[in-house]
Design a protein around this ligand. Structure first.
Ligand code: FNR
Length: 371
């Protein structure tokens, strides 16, 4: 179908399933074990309902925002997803270009197919990019990566903390992954790579399983970039992160690709906001400690639910991968345009003229477990 026929973010997934090489579809779409968390990421949003307000002049509505001090045209950023070239020869550059046009922040993955510098070079002057870090057992490599990112103007470091070992994504494991494939990242240090268990396992052997809270002191000593922990899953860890003085956390289960039966980010958000208020008197959104959420976000209504509950912004992963796999950079631009249209309509219907007016009273969370 032509791009004009795409009406929502789900459509990109349906088309990607048809057009993507089998191996790419398996890697992008898969999640761990029985994929319960993958489904829950959507289901949790379906348990939240709106309480809109009426008779407010909603002629002008504005859903632009600030993420870690940087302007963004919407409260959505591109989350890090590895191996962009499995889906399209330009890989992650599609995201960089589309993000530039729409003033969206891109989180660059450690395991991008394009080299880090290629992605930085493709950015427009002033374009804001974040970096997602998988911590290498060889800390010298990690230090070099982090300091290089900072020197190239990357604005924040998202350390992935939910993946000491990658989950079993069985759809992906059934595909024999060829490490010689040009899509494989060069940085992975492919000696000793296990080629028989799918893309994810083939590239992840370098990840440091010993990573722990103490290491955060070291990260603070090697970079001035704000640190954000990606993959926090309960209030206890969110509190510890706050007390450690990091700039924020991403409440995320890695798109259902890590621990199966992990809860959805939106579910975790409710408990984190409640407990951090109780324990530290914090209110959200909070400029000193940002809460991000990702996993299963496909509609502006999903985003608005997270915003109402205190998130600063949400991350989106697969839909943008599917969009560029099928349509290149234009596909990603279309995805942003769809979200913009959805924001306009849904904020008007909610009776919110800006994101500050998207308040907790606008959602009914009585069907959420952690309520
Ligand atoms: C990911 N994600 C991810 N996260 C991360 O920290 N480092 C990575 O390299 C990757 N790679 C990756 C590849 C693919 C194919 C997917 C689908 C996801 C997780 C990602 O950042 C994000 O948490 C989820 O994708 C969000 O869920 P949705 O939007 O895909 O439902």
């Amino acid at each position: 179908p032509s791009l004009e026929e795409i009406l929502n973010l789900h459509d990109f997934e349906n088309i990607a399933k048809q057009v993507l090489p089998e191996k790419a579809w398996a890697y992008y779409s898969s999640a761990s074990d029985d994929e319960m968390t993958l489904r829950e990421n959507h289901a949790a949003y379906h348990r939240i309902w709106f309480r809109p307000r009426i008779l407010r002049d909603v002629t002008n509505v504005d859903w632009s925002t600030t993420i870690l001090g940087h302007k963004s045209s919407m409260p959505v950023y591109i989350s890090a997803t590895a191996l962009g070239k499995l889906g399209h020869p330009d890989g992650e550059l599609n995201l960089t270009r589309a993000a530039a046009k729409h003033n969206i922040i891109q989180m660059i993955p450690t395991l991008a197919s394009c080299s880090f510098d290629e992605i930085l070079d493709a950015a427009q002057p002033g374009q804001v990019q974040f970096f997602q870090l998988y911590v290498n057992k060889d800390r010298a490599i990690t230090k070099k990566l982090v300091q290089h990112a900072e020197s190239r103007g990357v604005k924040a470091l998202f350390i992935t903390v939910d993946a000491p070992q990658l989950g079993r994504r069985e759809k992906d494991m059934r595909m024999k992954f060829e490490a010689e494939d040009p899509s494989v990242v060069s940085k992975s240090g492919s000696e000793g790579v296990d080629r028989s268990q799918g893309a994810a396992r083939a590239i992840s052997g370098f990840i440091d399983t010993s990573l722990n809270w103490n290491d955060l002191h070291w990260f603070k000593s090697i970079t001035k970039m704000p640190l954000i922990l990606k993959g926090v899953q309960c209030w206890e860890d969110a509190l510890e992160a706050y007390d450690f003085g990091v700039a924020g956390v991403v409440l995320s289960n890695h798109g259902g690709r890590q621990l199966d039966f992990a809860r959805s980010g939106i579910e975790i958000l409710v408990e984190v906001v409640t407990k951090l208020k109780e324990k530290r008197g914090l209110t959200f959104p909070n400029e000193k400690f940002s809460l991000f959420v990702d996993g299963g976000v496909r509609r502006a209504t999903d985003v608005l639910k997270a915003i109402a509950l205190g998130a600063t912004a949400v991350g989106v992963g697969r839909p943008f991968l599917y969009a560029f796999s099928a349509y290149g950079t234009e596909g990603v631009e279309k995805a942003f345009e769809i979200l913009h249209d959805e924001f306009q309509m849904n904020m008007r219907l909610l009776g919110a003229r800006n994101l500050k007016e998207v308040v907790p009273e606008m959602v009914d969370v009585s069907n959420l477990q952690s309520h």
